[in-house]
Design a protein around this ligand. Structure first.
Ligand SMILES: O=C(O)[C@@H](CO)OP(=O)(O)O
Length: 245
């Protein structure tokens, strides 16, 4: 028997459209992002991949995407679990900054190190500043960060993966995880056993379901899983890679 896991990055957000570093800032979907989310749900329905349970981050772009997609798939009624451990990577002092402006100011190498290196976090965000989450009640009492690299994301995501997602998979449920570019990169790195170096080259497109069939030991039947719209995914992956240029 295999287990079915569907990973869904939120549709385009208003800040994706403006090319701003977002991280934990809770921005809404753009109109295009809403359309992507609905299309994601239609793809699930067309393929007959119908989630039994939903896991989301605490950020509205993931929550809204899941709601729109599941409504299209007639699965709006399934149980939901949410956790900050599925949030986007905390982008530290870069949150709210224009990607191209940061690239122009610091150069391509530093820009890519902050965006995609496995273990170099951006500079920490100042407590109390406009785009900091330190006073946000949804994180009260939680060990939240002031900046994260992908390694940090993987380490804070794994307890939730093991304690909440794996049990749902092992009970035979089709599991939908609606989350973010970098929290999903962490899950994919873990599932596919991607090296710290190679993960830098992996980007996840917005709004296109990525389906993994997993063996009993949770190894993917097919490395990299399957995007339900492969052509759209290839184009959208390139667009993410080109951000800031
Ligand atoms: O700004 C962000 O939070 C993320 C995702 O949109 O960007 P990047 O792809 O540059 O890691």
């Amino acid at each position: 028997m295999t287990y079915t896991l569907v990973l869904l990055r939120h549709g385009q957000s208003e800040w994706n459209a403006k090319n701003l570093f977002t991280g934990w800032v809770d921005v809404p979907l753009s109109e295009q992002g809403e359309a992507e989310a609905k299309r994601g749900g239609e793809l699930l329905k067309e393929e007959g991949i119908l989630p039994d349970v939903l896991h989301t981050s605490l950020l509205r772009r993931a929550i809204s995407t899941a709601n729109l997609a599941l409504d299209k798939a007639d699965r709006h009624w399934i149980p939901v679990k949410r956790h900050w451990r599925l949030n986007e990577r905390h982008y530290g002092a870069l949150q709210g900054k224009d990607k191209k402006a940061i690239r122009d100011e610091y150069g391509e190498e530093k820009f890519m190190e902050w965006r995609r290196s496995y273990d170099t976090p951006p500079p920490p965000i100042e407590i109390g500043s406009e785009f900091s989450q330190d006073a946000d009640p949804r994180y009260a009492g939680e060990p939240i960060s002031q900046s994260e690299c992908l390694k940090d994301v993987l380490e804070r995501m794994l307890p939730y993966w093991e304690d909440a997602i794996v049990p749902d998979l092992k009970s035979g449920k089709t599991v939908l995880v609606a989350a973010h570019g970098n929290s999903l990169r962490a899950i994919v790195k873990h599932l596919d056993g991607i090296s710290d170096e190679d993960i830098a080259g992996l980007n996840i497109p917005t709004g296109i379901p990525l389906v993994y069939e997993l063996e009993e030991d949770l190894k993917p039947v097919k490395q990299g899983g399957t995007y339900l719209d492969a052509d759209a995914a290839a184009a959208a992956i390139q667009a993410v890679a080109n951000q800031g240029k």
